[in-house]
Design a binder for this molecule. Structure first.
Ligand code: 3NM
Length: 209
């Protein structure tokens, strides 16, 4: 069964290296109208990650927003998240599904057509695809596939595609026009003077796409 994402903006709350507070960031993303939030906190000890996830779960639930946990199926399960987002080197999809069950969303990071096809065939609820454009946020080890590759993936998989990597206000529409169901962003939401206003603006740009 193919599920639809409730918004074209997929906001990732990632405090980054500077030591920000992911819960406060989540609060601001939600205040701007984010309807999908993923908690991504790579360097956090597990206990702090879970504490933050529980708080983010509470905040997202109060607003009726979808809440995803990055990488960690155990943390997603423990906090009652709607889903988990796993990379190519995390717990494999079938094992994640056994842990979390069919009701839970499982998204998978993919970086080329073969990975996207495989994730969709294996039962991913959506595929992440990127880095669409150059990004300094994550060393993915892959060259940006660009809009042309995104169009190919669109033609090959039926599940929702979440484009990621180097996406901001200036190029978000181009990703949607090339077939992305949603666009995921970290730095373009976080490293701005006003997170709430930025999310509000992005939602209006994307919702009219
Ligand atoms: N995953 P920004 S690119 C977390 O290609 C992540 O799978 C990617 O950050 C992938 O919006 C990326 O700041 C970083 O470019 C996205």
């Amino acid at each position: 069964m193919t599920r639809r994402l409730p918004s074209r903006l997929y906001a990732i709350a990632d405090p980054g290296e500077a030591g920000g507070d992911p819960v406060e960031l989540t609060r601001q993303l939600l205040a701007g109208g984010a309807a999908i939030v993923q908690l991504r906190w790579k360097r956090s000890p597990t206990a702090s990650f879970l504490t933050a996830a529980v708080q983010c779960r509470r905040l997202t639930a109060a607003q009726g927003a979808l809440f995803f946990v990055n990488d960690r199926a155990d943390v997603a399960l423990a906090c009652g998240a709607d889903g988990v987002h796993v990379g190519q080197e995390d717990l494999p999809l079938d094992a994640t599904r056994r842990l979390l069950g069919d009701a839970c969303w499982i998204g998978v990071s993919t970086h080329d057509l073969a990975q996207a096809r495989a994730a969709a065939a294996d039962g991913a609820d959506y595929v992440g695809f990127g880095p669409l454009f150059p990004t300094a946020t994550k060393a993915t080890g892959y060259d940006p596939p660009g809009l042309e590759r995104l169009r190919e993936v669109r033609g090959a998989v039926a599940v929702p595609i979440v484009a990621i990597g180097g996406i901001d206000l200036t190029n978000a529409r181009s990703a949607v026009d090339a077939g992305a169901d949603a666009v995921a962003m970290i730095s373009a939401l976080r490293d701005v003077p006003d997170v709430v206003a930025t999310v509000t603006k992005l939602r209006s740009v994307l919702d009219s796409a």
